[in-house]
Design a protein around this ligand. Sequence first.
Ligand code: GLY
Length: 374
Amino acid sequence: MTRIAIVGGGIMGLGIGWYLARAGADVTIFDRDRAGRAASWVAGGMLAPHAEAEPGEERVLPLLLEGHRRWPAFVEALEAATGQTLDYRTDGTFVVALNADDARTLRFWYAYLHDMGQPVEWLSGYDVRKREPHLSREVVAAIWSGHDYHVDNRRVVEALKTAFVRAGGTLREATPVREIVIDGARVRGVRLDDGLFEADTVVLAAGAWSREVAGLPPEIRPPVRPVRGQVVMLRMPADAPVLHHVVWCMDAYLVPRSSGELLIGATVEEMGFDATPTAGGVFHLLRGAWEVLPAIYDLPLVEIAVGFRPTSRDDAPILGPTPVEGLVMATGHHRNGILLAPLTADVVSRFVLTGELDPLAQPFTLARFLSQPT
Ligand code: GLY
């Protein structure tokens, strides 16, 4: 049987590993720390291809929409495999405007989404407050996107760890991969502190660190950089949550969890791998969230976290084959990692098992960058 090594135990590595292990493959995931505790842990968990679509993203939109379509079956399978609940919520999302200026920007956005056939509605501030009574009276209008959902990403990665191991996969945490070992045009395995781990296939799923892994010829290092996101977690009273839907405003988004946690995210910063939270970042988020939902003022602040989005040069993921036989990529998901996790798990695991790449993923291989310096 062929042996598969996955570099990185984030939501991509775990998802791909689970799909491969349940298909009977011999698969080991290596994480240098604790699996699922980097970007996958800090995410908002929004499954929002409609509300989050931006002009200029037309090329990636079919992938995002298909990613969204895969979530219900993924949740069902993962909950059944583990007996854990993922807090997958289909309540919908508001994108709100706090003044006439915001409303004009939002109108433009709404027209774009509407023209693309996305299922969105324009609402007055009054209509929004009927559904979210704690929102500020300053909210003058909103886009309602009833098909934009969310999930508790932390529960997802914990469940994936369980499912992967139950399916027969080997999870090696606190085990850094020092080098991907390539012999001529073929991968041989990964070098660990205790020697070579031979593998027929190596899947590089190391998120924002994918470019840093040693051993890759310079021309195939994926053009991925870290884009820092700070998030703040508050706790709502369990019996009286102040928010029920995901709300986006110009400076922040607010994601209520069924557990009572209220996540406020996220900054978008080019700060390399600096993991220090900043007063400015937290201030920006809290001010943005407070303007929309003044009731957050009295809520306990329970966590500040920093994550690194793996952002490729064109903001789209890098999936599938490379010029090195046996070396496969699953990285560069930028702001869409949680949304694209089930689709990536399916497409990449099928490629590993069959050598066939789903047509949907074909525009998103490393090949698109190979004629440019990486
Ligand atoms: N998708 C949410 C974020 O990147 O902050």
